[in-house]
Design a protein around this ligand. Structure first.
Ligand SMILES: [Zn+2]
Length: 67
């Protein structure tokens, strides 16, 4: 007769909540940076067109529609 064994549940992932908070903050910061580099026209940065002009070559390098 075959022996039946109970299946052990999988262990939870070994990622601490602190690591998740740090990772979420880094992702949010990078998304904000990507927005400021690629899409901001002065509405968020409140710098007029300064940030747009500063990142202008980078926008074209990345292929982001600009003008
Ligand atoms: Zn341009």
């Amino acid at each position: 007769m075959a022996k039946i064994q109970a299946v052990r549940p999988l262990d939870p992932p070994a990622v601490s909540p602190r690591t998740l908070v740090i990772a979420a903050a880094v992702v949010a910061g990078l998304l904000l940076l990507a927005y400021l580099v690629a899409f901001d026209q002065g509405a968020v940065s409140r710098s007029g067109m300064f940030l747009h002009e500063l990142m202008h070559d980078g926008r074209h390098l990345l292929g982001v529609p600009c003008h």
